[in-house]
Design a protein around this ligand. Structure first.
Ligand SMILES: [Zn+2]
Length: 478
């Protein structure tokens, strides 16, 4: 007998009955807006809620003070829910207003919806726990409090230190333009600091005594820009000069630093590019008679998607159907669509086409994308996520749900401004339902867990986790 409808009702009730509570938690995390590895209050709040719900807590993991695991149940399967809660620097923004008004200049904002991810995932884990209790199901649920998804790849440290070794499946979600179980890969990514050391000197009286670290940074950047022509199309390299050596042109700069992000579809390709960029840095040091210190601070592996998990998730997306919105919510979304730049607005048909194919023209008429996005259309995604690192070890699924006006870019002030809206909260609780329901399928059928594991082994085809972080690297705020 198919109990799907009964389960949908059960899980929806469990989540909806605590709706206000979850909204409040999400809004609090939005207000805390703590950046990578400093998410103390957000992490504490989530731990507190999970503890109250009967989970046991282990905190301060892999050198990450704000990381934690909340666990319930025992034995197999072990189901991992991946929660995030870090905000982005420089994105402070007033809620609900469709113009750029920071609350505090220079502070952070939730431009990637991680307050919704952290809370929705928590709601999902708690609902599943209650369901397991009622139905007397065997297994372990773990909520992973994963810090620093942005810019530091917090999960990679947890993976490296073995915290995912005994997991059977991993579920997570992210705000996006459409409803779908994401099936594809993300870009692997290294973050590396290049610090040049030279010799200071009076730039006019004795320039011959100086050796400029800033010259070295400039030459390195020029060298890498020449290299761009000779790398694969899908690779991306970006840099930020994090230390120019001071603001005095009459002093030869003795220290300068540049931070590189090196991305490519596969971690092996990133490693190759990284070696070439290091050679260019050494070349720049040689040319300027300076020295260079190379320090990798983060790594993100490419995502390996589980089709079995994605199929189950997509089936629930179809069953639950579109999220329904009120006229006020459409008007709210429209207001934000109008605030987008012309360039962003012009992107809308492309976004709609990518997600909905021939349905795009119809979909675009509404300011929030509602239908179900294309299923199982394997796509190479342009961003990076540290969920990728988990996915090499554990069959993983990454759900996308809209939480804002269509066309809103992630990491924009518009995304921050809409983070406390009812549209955001509807998306968050919808995602919570879908993840819990997908997990139920796997809790009830151990053969599915085995199948997902076999599929991962097949996909990897002999490759093993690339362990992209230097062995001795500690998580740090930089
Ligand atoms: Zn994000």
């Amino acid at each position: 007998m198919d109990h799907t409808d009964e389960y949908i009702k059960e899980i929806s009730e469990k989540i909806d009955s605590k709706k206000e509570y979850y909204v409040e938690i999400s809004n609090k995390i939005w207000e805390f807006a703590e950046p990578r590895f400093q998410e103390y209050r957000s992490s504490e709040l989530l731990q507190h809620v999970l503890k109250q719900a009967g989970f046991s807590i282990k905190a301060d993991l892999a050198g990450e003070k704000t990381a934690f695991i909340a666990e319930y149940g025992s034995g197999k399967p072990v189901i991992a829910f991946l929660g995030e809660f870090d905000a982005l620097p420089g994105l402070s923004q007033k809620a609900d207003v469709a113009e750029r008004i920071p609350v505090h200049t220079d502070s952070c904002g939730h431009g990637c919806g991680h307050q919704l991810i952290g809370t929705g995932t928590l709601a999902s884990a708690i609902a599943l726990k209650d369901f397991m209790k009622e139905y007397n199901l065997q297994g372990t649920i773990r909520y992973y409090g994963c810090p620093a998804e942005e810019n530091a790849g917090g999960k990679a440290f947890l993976v490296r230190d073995g915290y995912f070794n005994d997991c059977d499946l991993a579920l997570c979600w992210h705000p996006e333009q459409g409803r779908r179980a994401c099936y594809g890969s993300t870009k692997a990514n290294f973050r590396v600091f290049f610090t040049f050391h030279g010799t200071p000197a009076h730039a006019s009286m004795c320039p011959e005594l100086g050796r400029s670290a800033l010259d070295a940074v400039e030459l390195m950047d020029v060298g890498v820009n020449y290299m761009r022509e000779h790398m694969i199309d899908e690779a991306r390299i970006h840099y930020a000069i994090t230390d120019t050596g001071g603001d005095a042109p009459n002093v030869v700069q003795s220290r300068a630093q540049v931070l590189y992000a090196i991305r490519a579809p596969k971690i092996t390709q990133v490693k190759e590019l990284y070696n070439r960029v290091c050679n260019i840095a050494r070349g720049a040091a040689l040319m300027t008679e300076t020295t260079v210190e190379i320090r990798q601070v983060a790594a993100y592996s490419n995502l390996i998607s589980s089709k079995i998990l994605a199929d189950h998730m997509n089936a629930y997306l179809e069953k639950l159907g579109p999220i329904t919105y009120t006229e006020e919510e459409y008007a709210y979304a429209q207001k934000f669509q109008q605030s987008l730049s012309d360039q962003d607005k012009n992107q809308l048909p492309t976004i709609a086409r990518d997600y909905f194919g021939p349905k795009a023209a119809e979909v675009i008429k509404k300011p929030i994308f509602e239908p179900m996005a294309y299923q199982n259309l394997y796509s190479d995604l342009k961003y990076s996520t540290d969920v990728g690192d988990v996915s090499w070890l554990v069959p993983t699924v990454h759900l996308n749900i809209p939480t804002f006006a269509a066309g809103t870019a992630l990491h924009s002030w518009q995304a921050v401004a809409q983070g406390k809206s009812s549209i955001a909260h509807k998306g968050m609780l919808y995602a919570a339902r879908i993840m819990a329901l997908t997990a139920i399928d796997f809790l009830q059928k151990p053969e599915l867990v085995n199948k997902a594991r076999e599929e991962l082994t097949e996909t990897l085809n002999g490759e093993t986790y690339p362990d992209p972080l230097p062995g001795d690297l500690k998580p740090e705020v930089w």
